[in-house]
Design a protein around this ligand. Structure first.
Ligand SMILES: Nc1nc2c(ncn2[C@@H]2O[C@H](COP(=O)(O)OP(=O)(O)O)[C@@H](O)[C@H]2O)c(=O)[nH]1
Ligand SMILES: [Mg+2]
Length: 465
């Protein structure tokens, strides 16, 4: 038996937003203006082998008059259910109360109720008619207080809603995390027993999907790093001068391709998290110029000192050096890092991202060549950029419709959340990648990194929930 939930309430209280957040999919239409959603929308949500349906409804338009009609047709409590059936079937009611008929229909057909109100607006008796109508349906129900602008009136709402609904929760469409969504589904397994096993399946599949998304984002990141770090372009020509003339052209193609590859992987990550319409902006991947003179690079990747430590760890043959470096020992930095810092950019792997070369071919002719990358900071910058996008996607709900601006974080601090073995493994693997050597285990370190939560604290709004 497939669980069905009808999301109902006044227009413009975030019903469609809540549908989007629960479905974890931004394919749900959210009306920019009040009352634009005139029809009922059925969304069949499939998660692995499980599934359920969310019904997005237009809001109540004339609840008081609808209730008056119902009261006339139900002289006693035992007749109320039938009165609603009559209401839905009555041609005159369909004409007079199209929204009410439309939203009551799925409920009378078995949908559980999610009643949505706005906790930033004052409670008023005018809501009582629609809550009364919903109670008459006798259907399993839960009230969700969506604090659209603030939580000023949440307590009043809780007082009032508690008299009509067994379960009342604060649920912020824009901030509710995964556990909050799962909690709603789980709550219904207590009030709708025949759905118990179906709801348990859904929750299991959701958790599995969540784990898969993490694994797949780590694989996507590994693939991106490998592609970008090994990417090169070349062209065979007959003469040396023809080859030299290709410098600008090959460089341009190389940089363009690199940016396209990164863009595609970022887009794949969005689709993995079920964002189909999300526009995101990120500063262009800077490939020209001196990487250490370019502040943006250091923001996405590591600064000079952090990179020195990373390189030391990558080259270390004993665990003691790794531990000292991981601990950020000033002695280590003084003894090893200081000297290395002095060696400057040449030691750090050249300032240039990659170089243009021309070589003679054994059977005659020449080959002009651009790539692969040489710079040690490059993999870190690519890593940082992907990581912050992944964090943003995981911490955003699908109800948001505005552009996502990806901004840099502290990659070094993030890496330090790993164990010293993992840190060493990651630095080694990234260094081997830059040297065009095999990087076994990279995926495992990337997974560890991507699944450590970001140090950014996301504001907790659901203090009452
Ligand atoms: N800031 C904020 N805006 C919200 C929230 N929930 C909904 N909105 C906005 O309120 C408007 C109406 O939301 P919508 O989901 O279409 O409401 P519906 O008419 O009840 O389906 C949209 O512009 C949403 O972006 C919220 O929790 N916080
Ligand atoms: Mg709507």
């Amino acid at each position: 038996m497939t669980p069905v939930f009808a999301v109902v309430g006044h227009p413009n209280k975030g019903k469609s937003s809540i549908v989007s957040t629960i479905a974890q999919n931004d394919d749900i239409a959210i009306s920019p203006r009040s009352g634009t959603t005139r029809d009922t929308q059925h969304y069949d949500i499939l998660i692995g082998a499980a599934g359920y349906t969310l019904v997005d409804t237009p809001g109540f338009q004339r609840p008081s008059r609808a209730l008056a009609w119902l009261q006339e047709h139900a002289p006693s409590a035992d007749r109320r259910h039938d009165a609603i059936k009559q209401f839905i079937a009555d041609p005159q009611c369909r004409q007079q109360f199209p929204e009410e008929v439309m939203l009551l229909k799925p409920i009378m057909e078995g949908a559980a109720i999610l009643y949505v109100v706005d906790g930033s607006r004052p409670y008023g008796a005018e809501y009582e008619a629609e809550m009364e109508i919903l109670r008459w349906t006798g259907q399993a129900s839960m009230a969700l207080i969506n604090p659209i602008e603030n939580e000023d009136h949440v307590q009043d709402w809780q007082q009032a809603l508690g008299q009509y609904f067994k379960i009342v929760r604060v649920f912020n469409a824009m901030q509710a995390d995964f556990e909050k969504v799962v909690a709603i589904l789980e709550a219904f397994s207590h009030i709708r027993e025949e759905w118990q096993s179906a709801l348990a399946d859904i929750v299991n599949e959701y958790r599995r999907q969540r784990a898969t998304q993490l694994q797949e984002s780590a694989s996507l990141l590994e693939e991106l790093l490998t592609r970008l770090c090994t990417y090169q372009v070349s062209q065979k020509v007959l003469s040396k001068s023809q080859a030299d003339d290709l410098k600008g052209i090959l460089e341009k193609k190389y940089f363009n391709d690199m940016r396209t590859i990164e863009h595609h992987h970022h887009e794949s990550l969005k689709r993995l998290y079920q964002y189909h319409h999300l526009e995101s902006t990120i500063d262009e991947l800077l490939l020209e110029g001196n990487l250490f003179d370019t502040e943006k690079w250091i923001m996405w990747g590591l600064n000079r000192k952090q990179l020195t430590v990373a390189v030391t760890i990558a080259g270390a043959t004993t665990g003691a050096v790794v531990d000292a470096a991981v601990a950020g020992s000033s002695f280590m930095l003084g003894a090893v890092g200081g000297g290395l810092l002095g060696a400057g950019s040449a030691w750090l792997g050249a300032d240039r991202i990659s170089s243009f070369r021309v070589r003679g071919l054994p059977l005659g002719g020449y080959e002009a060549h651009q790539g692969p990358i040489q710079n040690r900071n490059f993999p870190y910058a690519v890593l940082g950029r992907f990581l912050y996008l992944a964090d943003a996607l995981r911490h955003r709900t699908h109800a948001h419709r505005e552009k996502l601006q990806i901004s840099e974080g502290d990659l070094s601090a993030r890496i330090k959340q790993l164990s010293s073995e993992q840190q060493a493994g990651l630095h080694r693997a990234l260094d081997r990648l830059r040297q065009q050597k095999s990087t076994e285990g990279l995926g495992q370190y990337l997974y560890a990194l991507i699944s450590t939560d970001s140090p950014i604290q996301f504001r907790e709004h659901n203090t009452l929930g």
